[in-house]
Ligand binder design. Structure first.
Ligand code: ZN
Ligand code: ZN
Length: 101
C-alpha cells in the first residue's frame, strides 16, 4: 500500500469532503474518508478543512420544503426553499475539533 503518497491521499480525502459537503456523500464514503484522515493524523472530523458540513441541509445552506427530492436537480419555481436555521444558511460550521485546540 505504498503506491500513494500521503499528499495524494490527503488530497483525495479533502476532495471527498468537499464533494460530500455539496452533494451529501454516501455514509460509506464518509466512513472511508474518516479512516484515511485518522491514519494520516489529520482532523478526523473535517480532514483539516476546518469546516464541517451542516448535517441538516447537507452543506447546501437551504432546506427544501414540500418534497423529498432535494439535491442536484433544478428546482421548479414553485418549489420553496428556506434558509437552513441550523447553520444560518452557511452550509457548514467551523470544525469543533480544530477550533478547540
Ligand atoms: Zn444547514
Ligand atoms: Zn477539524
Amino acid at each position: 500500500m505504498q503506491s500513494l503518497t500521503s499528499n495524494e491521499v490527503a488530497g483525495f480525502a479533502v476532495g471527498a469532503l468537499l464533494l460530500g459537503a455539496t452533494i451529501a456523500a454516501p455514509k460509506v464514503d464518509a466512513f472511508i474518508a474518516a479512516a484515511q484522515r485518522r491514519s494520516l493524523g489529520m482532523c478526523r472530523k473535517c480532514g483539516d478543512v476546518k469546516n464541517v458540513a451542516c448535517g441538516r441541509c447537507k452543506g447546501t445552506g437551504s432546506i427544501k420544503s414540500g418534497g423529498i427530492f432535494g439535491f442536484g436537480e433544478p428546482e421548479p419555481s414553485n418549489a420553496r426553499s428556506a434558509t437552513c436555521d441550523n447553520c444560518q444558511g452557511k452550509g457548514c460550521f467551523p470544525c469543533p475539533e480544530c477550533s478547540k485546540s
